[in-house]
Design a protein around this ligand. Structure first.
Ligand code: CMP
Length: 139
């Protein structure tokens, strides 16, 4: 067992569309172990902080608005090479460009309502995971 970790969120569109179970099934079937998980809801302040790297960009307000529009499922996942392996599983940020069989191809609505988040580096996985879970030192 073991491996590296990544952080994910099932976004408000996928929760609204009742895809939590289908997405978690894909995650498990692709060899990821769920180390921590919770259903929660962004406040505007926390969404602005989480996406602070995008502050000022043209899509920032829409992104924050969308991420606050309903509950999310946040989780810590473990697998060998978790960051790259998970980004491959979720597919391109733009669902129209995502490969067949990827989570975004299957479940996303649009560039913003794109079903799922995946960390882009080991460092960000720890930062993002710490944003939702207080037990990150164990990973
Ligand atoms: P994600 O990579 O999960 O987190 C940041 C989000 O910002 C990204 O998904 C998109 O939903 C959104 N985003 C990034 N770039 C753009 C863009 N050029 N136009 C619209 N939305 C964007």
């Amino acid at each position: 067992m073991g491996g590296s970790i990544t952080f994910t969120m099932i976004k408000p569109d996928a929760v609204r569309n009742n895809f939590i179970g289908a997405i978690l099934k894909q995650i498990n079937e692709n060899g990821f172990r769920i180390k921590a998980i919770k259903m929660t809801h962004f406040t505007r302040e926390r969404a602005e902080a989480f996406y602070g790297v995008h502050a000022g960009k043209f899509f920032f307000d829409g992104l924050v608005e969308f991420m606050c529009s309903g509950p999310i499922v946040a989780a810590i996942l473990e697998k060998e090479n978790a960051i790259d392996s998970f980004r491959e599983l979720i597919g391109n940020t733009n669902p129209e460009k995502a490969d067949e069989g990827t989570i975004r191809k299957l479940f996303a609505e649009s560039f913003t309502a794109n079903a799922i988040h995946g960390s882009d580096s080991d460092e960000n996985a720890l930062l993002e995971g710490s944003f939702f879970f207080s037990v990150m030192e164990q990973f």
